[in-house]
Design a protein around this ligand. Structure first.
Ligand code: N01
Length: 497
């Protein structure tokens, strides 16, 4: 591989720092800069398509935006925050936290803003990166920190373009539209829609919620932290660390366990959701429409306390009739009823098979990532891919791991990448790339194991399931994945000198 290549061109031969490109300044990009820096890798350039850090928390600004992972755990382990206002953090608070961390840990100095990356091409031993502006730079290592859910899906519904009122996707919220007193329709009843419905139901004139499939919804045990409690946290940082690990362990052994086969937890979650529905919705006909007929946790479990009460309000209407088409005046359903609307919100989710795409990534032998994946993205241990040397993904394919805090998963993945870089440095390697056999063994074992999870057996459709027909998720215990990240098995890789 290195024949004819000047030794100076290979960072580990020349004894210099690797030039590392990080794509994206969201949560993963921030974690990568901080952890790589602490490990001594400081020649970092972050390419951010927007003008701010924060990723998903920058892009989503819809009313009610919040996170259903507790704030004391939804934090960087190296930057715990004593003064979260709530147990479950609100979107603006998370964005402010991301920006604070980026500023305090010197991330901002590394970021090139408004710099989308169009193409990455491997030309051994370097990656040639081309930005949308046509700027070309070479890097030794590329880290894709582009997130999982960042490409909004606009549903293919007849007449959508003809709607006369305001219409926008939940991730492109139009804040110039005043909802007060308006007739508002919302398509979708996933995590996003539930938060929006809870937040806007009191101010709108009419609320029409178009539900294709009922979701399982557990109550969110929200709580405001008192100033005295937060002062205590600030005074004794050990308490912050205890809280971080407390929530980590609790969720690991309850919700995460249920998704990968813990029958007791599965039944408990089902009971909690049904109790929540019964207590929130007195009308038995409405309750029947809201009761799922598939297993809880098959789709992403929703934690939300104000969706059901919002639907029980007199101005709300749950529409379960399928949508026939959209007309200038509103949404017409299959029973030929027109729901007249002023505003239509599309809470219809994201393309979960995109990851770094549509950036064109070209590996060895000019293989294109988009072709290689063909709608069913796979990776080796979620972070690497044969034929794409020195290219690492954070939150890559199968990364959503047991609904753990994505920050925890990302931090472990960054540590894994650091182990690889350390190995390159000590062994003077030019490239590391997973063996095809290791990739195939890992993915075929995953493909078998996933068939025993609720995501597959639960009898639902969800964004977890890709073009291959199986969920694109890690099928084993989340603790096992973190262990895999802590202890890289180098025999799975070609280590090229
Ligand atoms: O998207 P979704 P989301 N006609 O794909 C419906 C994370 N998240 O943005 O269920 C009619 O879950 C679709 O119907 P169905 C979290 O991981 C986290 O809500 O497919 N309806 C569904 O109801 C979550 O899982 C937080 O039958 C159509 C909805 O639209 C992920 O983001 C907060 C339709 C899409 O639901 C995505 O959630 C928010 C059509 N043509 C989100 N097309 C946290 O708190 C789609 N639907 C961390």
């Amino acid at each position: 591989m290195t024949d004819g290549v000047n030794a100076e061109a290979i960072w580990s031969h020349a004894g210099r720092q690797p030039r590392i490109a990080i794509i994206g300044a969201g949560m993963s990009g921030i974690a990568a800069v901080v952890k790589l820096g602490k490990a001594g890798y400081t020649d970092l350039t972050v390419f951010e398509k927007s003008n701010r850090v924060g990723g998903t928390w920058r892009e989503n600004t819809y009313p009610g935006l919040s996170c259903d992972i507790p704030s004391r755990w939804y934090s960087f382990s190296f930057a715990l925050k004593p003064d979260w206002s709530h147990r479950y953090p609100y979107g603006p608070d998370i964005l402010a936290y991301m920006e604070d961390v980026a500023r305090d840990f010197g991330v901002m100095d590394k970021v090139q803003f408004n710099m989308p990356v169009d193409e990455l091409q491997y030309d051994a031993p370097r990656w040639r990166l081309t930005t949308a502006q046509g700027d070309v730079q070479d890097f030794d290592v590329v880290i894709a920190a582009t997130g999982v859910l960042h490409q909004p899906v606009v549903p293919d519904i007849e007449g959508l373009q003809k709607f006369a009122g305001a219409c926008f996707h939940s991730a492109r919220w139009d804040h110039s539209v005043d909802l007060v007193g308006k007739r508002v329709g919302i398509i979708g009843t996933g995590s996003t829609a539930c938060q929006i419905v809870g937040a806007i139901s009191e101010q709108v004139g009419e609320l029409h919620v178009f539900q294709r499939t009922p979701h399982w919804i557990a109550p969110l045990p929200q709580k405001e932290y008192s100033p005295s409690w937060n002062r205590l946290m600030a005074r004794f940082p050990v308490l912050q660390r205890l809280a971080y690990h407390w929530y980590f362990q609790i969720l690991l052994h309850t919700f995460s366990a249920a998704t990968v086969g813990n029958r007791f937890m599965q039944r408990l979650i089902t009971r909690i959701c049904l109790k929540h529905l019964k207590e929130s919705v007195p009308d038995s006909a409405l309750r029947a429409k809201l009761t799922p007929d598939y297993a809880a946790t098959c789709k992403r479990l929703i934690l939300c306390s104000d969706f059901y009460p919002a639907l029980a309000r007199p101005n709300a209407r749950l529409v379960t009739d399928s949508i026939a088409r959209i007309e200038p005046g509103g949404v017409r359903t299959a029973s030929d009823q027109l729901h007249e609307l002023d505003v239509l919100v599309l809470a219809t989710g994201f393309n979960a098979a995109a990851f770094i795409l549509p950036t064109r990534v070209i590996g060895e032998d000019r293989v294109e990532l988009a072709r290689r994946w063909d709608g069913a993205p796979r990776a080796h241990r979620a972070v690497a891919l044969p034929g794409f040397p020195n290219f690492w993904m954070l939150e890559g394919p199968t990364s959503p791991v047991g609904n753990l805090s994505l920050i925890t998963v990302t931090e472990h993945q960054v540590d894994y990448v650091i182990s690889m870089l350390d190995r390159m440095k000590t062994d003077a390697l030019s490239a590391i790339t997973p063996r095809q056999s290791a990739f195939e063994n890992y993915n075929s074992a995953m493909g078998e194991a996933i068939k025993h999870t609720t995501w597959y057996t639960g009898g639902c459709e969800s964004w977890y399931i890709d073009k291959s027909g199986v969920p694109n998720l890690y099928p084993w215990s989340p603790a096992q994945y973190l262990e895999e990240m802590r202890n890289p098995d180098f025999s799975e890789y070609h280590l090229l000198s």
